[in-house]
Ligand binder design. Structure first.
Ligand code: NCD
Length: 328
């Protein structure tokens, strides 16, 4: 794997490979000594043009646990135009010898531009680009669903027969897009629920069903209910009457939580707007996987960095990384 830019073009084999290697990585994280020597001497640059808490820290932890050197570059507030600043920054990173660049950018397509520009030779990981994609988030979500469904060893398993319902600001959500592509590639069925104003116009081309009534969607008994944040920062118009009204019709409150099938899980990529799209009861309930998603994110990002940076050097045995760790 040279880059990880989206899930739309990810094959099922590649997706399962990442999830399986992530399980190997998770096993190593149960040990007291969490650090593996696998990427010693390699440099990973976190290039964040947009705010992030979880994703940046998660990539940093993942790179460090593989013994890579990590450089955090927060490029927010740069005064040059986006295209220029990206090229300048990329060339600086190349001169510093970056082996992988993890990029978050407000412009959809920026990671692909970086990967195909010829400005750098490093592998590129998309950590969220505009409203386009956020592949590692979808991979950690799929990982979480798979782990919950097949307790114990879930290696090699796809998500055939799993029903995931994604609720909220689909229009502005790169998390929704990446999940729709990945989940359908893995065999899951996906339902989207939102006010009509927050459903993208090209949704008929997506492998997903659309519903407007959250209570009906909950009554259908999905295996996972994924709540999304209302992305006010990407809204330049009024997409719904008031926050109170939004919460009343599309928020996961205590009553809806009770109506949800007993064994279904409640997911959220964070950051949560408690009281808006998700109530405190739902966010903190035992069926919420919010913190599990964060933990799994580190293993999934370790897998992605490993496959990008060490993948070509080793044979196809995905447990190789963990064995090297054992040897030292
Ligand atoms: C998401 C993002 O930035 O795309 N957050 C995340 O990475 N965990 C979703 C969001 O901002 O709502």
């Amino acid at each position: 794997m040279r880059h990880l830019l989206d899930t739309k073009s990810l094959t099922k084999t590649d997706a399962l490979r990442i999830l399986d290697v992530a399980e190997d990585m998770a096993d190593t994280q149960q040990r007291e000594m969490k650090k593996l020597p696998t990427l010693r001497g390699r440099t990973v640059v976190n290039l964040f043009f947009e705010d992030s808490t979880r994703t940046r820290i998660s990539f940093e932890a993942a790179a460090k646990r593989l013994s890579a050197d990590v450089i955090n570059f927060s490029a927010k507030g740069s005064s040059v135009s986006k295209g220029e600043s990206l090229q300048d920054t990329a060339q600086t990173l190349q001169a510093m010898g970056a082996d992988a660049v993890v990029i978050r950018h407000g412009a959809s397509g920026a990671p692909r531009t970086l990967a195909t520009s010829g400005w750098i030779t490093a592998g590129v990981v998309n950590a969220g680009d505009g409203t386009h994609e956020h592949p590692t988030q979808a991979l950690l979500d799929a990982y979480t669903i798979r782990k919950r469904r097949y307790a114990g060893d879930s290696r090699g398993r796809d998500l055939f027969g799993v029903h995931v319902t994604i609720v909220g600001d689909i229009l502005h959500s790169r998390v929704a897009r990446s999940n729709v592509w990945l989940l359908s590639t893995l065999g899951a069925s996906v339902t989207l629920v939102a006010p009509p104003t927050l459903i993208p116009q090209d949704v008929s081309l997506w492998p997903a069903r659309v519903e407007y009534d959250l209570d009906e969607a909950i009554a259908a008994g999905p295996d996972a209910l994924m709540m999304l944040r209302i992305q006010l920062e990407r809204m330049n118009a009024a997409y719904f009457p008031t926050e109170r009204e939004y919460s009343r019709r599309w928020g996961l409150d205590a009553g809806r939580l009770r109506a949800l099938r007993g064994d279904s899980i409640v997911m959220h990529p964070g950051p949560m707007n408690r009281g808006l799209e998700i109530s405190a009861e739902a966010a903190d309930s035992p069926r919420s996987t919010v913190l599990e998603q964060v933990t799994n994110g580190v293993s999934v990002r370790m897998a992605a960095l490993y496959l990008l940076l060490a993948g070509a050097e080793r044979d196809t045995d995905s447990t190789d990384a963990t064995r090297k760790g054992d040897a030292r």
